[in-house]
Design a binder for this molecule. Structure first.
Ligand code: RIB
Ligand code: CA
Length: 315
């Protein structure tokens, strides 16, 4: 008996790599039902992440999807953005038309709360691809919804790979460490895609060529996004392409067998300025702290790109 599609809310700060995650979800209707997209301030300010979210929906032919604006800054800190990686617009590379589809009036955090209260308990998965501000605010404003979340599958953190925005911290966690601490201590089942695994899914020339060879607008734009997005990581790490961080979250929902990791304790540093936002992963089990997360460390990279390319070709 085929399983019914997994109901998800994507919380996102597009970001070229976020775009691949949204398009992978849209290209997989038999696996994923997107209940809504909530934009958060992160890679670029909220005014751009909500606009970019709508542009991606329209590129994928999904102007029917509801897009909401969530929080425009972290819970307690000044917003840190990443134009140095994603460009001024957050989706630099190809030029896309401004969105025509509307932004929903309802605040994104309210949408998350309302959806979790409406849908049967344990049937909605949250997929944060940026700072965890919206998720934390939803849990603070409506503690009754925490126990109704099926699972949180997020991109964020780093352990063996260490940080990408500071020596100790990955960007999504670093931007709002207090939000991350609240989410990681919430008790909701967590699957974490850290840099340890996302740095293994690189947009090599052959993989970008496979996007372009689709001969579709999605394929062309995807290849142009990859060409722009990879330059930061290639200069910094000397890697053979850029890491497609965020679509690992959606790929895990579709084909979890592509990934492997350990269920361990992961805590967030919120006090020390030196290591602020670090995900302290007890990979070797040296503490008796609760094992709150599946911390993913490995992936079948070619299997991931084969899935991504196959599903994007459907759009
Ligand atoms: O550190 C990588 C993460 O930060 C990705 O989600 C990227 O889109 C940015 O949000
Ligand atoms: Ca992101």
């Amino acid at each position: 008996m085929p399983q019914s599609p997994r109901k998800i809310i994507i919380d996102t700060d597009p970001g070229q790599d976020d775009a691949f995650a949204l398009m992978l979800a849209f290209g997989s209707p038999e696996d994923i039902e997107v209940l809504g997209i909530v934009a958060v301030a992160g890679n670029v300010p909220l005014a751009l992440t909500q606009k970019n979210s709508r542009m991606i929906c329209e590129l994928a032919g999904r102007s029917d999807v509801k897009v909401f604006a969530g929080c425009d800054r972290p819970m307690k800190r000044k917003l840190v953005t990443a134009e140095h990686v994603h460009g001024k617009t957050g989706l630099d590379g190809p030029s896309l038309p401004d969105p025509v589809m509307p932004l929903q009036d309802q605040h994104g955090v309210e949408f998350i709360i309302e959806t979790l209260r409406r849908e049967p308990a344990g049937t909605v998965t949250l997929c944060p691809l940026g700072p965890l501000t919206n998720i934390a605010q939803a849990f603070l404003q409506a503690p009754d919804v925490v126990g109704r979340v099926q699972e949180i599958v997020l991109m964020g953190g780093a352990y063996f790979e260490v940080g990408n925005i500071t020596p100790a911290a990955e960007f999504n966690i670093y931007v709002d460490p207090e939000a991350a601490e609240l989410v990681f201590r919430s008790g909701v089942p967590l699957v974490v895609m850290p840099l340890d695994v996302t740095h293994k899914v690189l947009t090599t020339k052959a993989r970008v060529q496979a996007f372009r060879a689709m001969g579709t607008e999605v394929g062309r734009v995807s290849a142009d996004w990859a060409d722009f997005f990879e330059r930061f990581d290639m200069e910094k790490y000397g890697s053979d392409g850029g890491p497609l961080h965020d679509p690992t979250v959606v790929a895990y929902l579709i084909k979890p067998e592509l990934f492997s990791g350990r269920v361990i304790n992961v805590e967030i540093e919120t006090q020390s300025e030196l290591t602020l936002g670090m995900t302290v992963a007890d990979w070797w089990g040296v503490t008796d702290r609760p094992k709150n997360a599946l911390f993913v460390g490995d992936v079948d990279a070619q299997g991931f790109f084969d899935l991504l390319t196959e599903r994007l070709a459907r759009l």
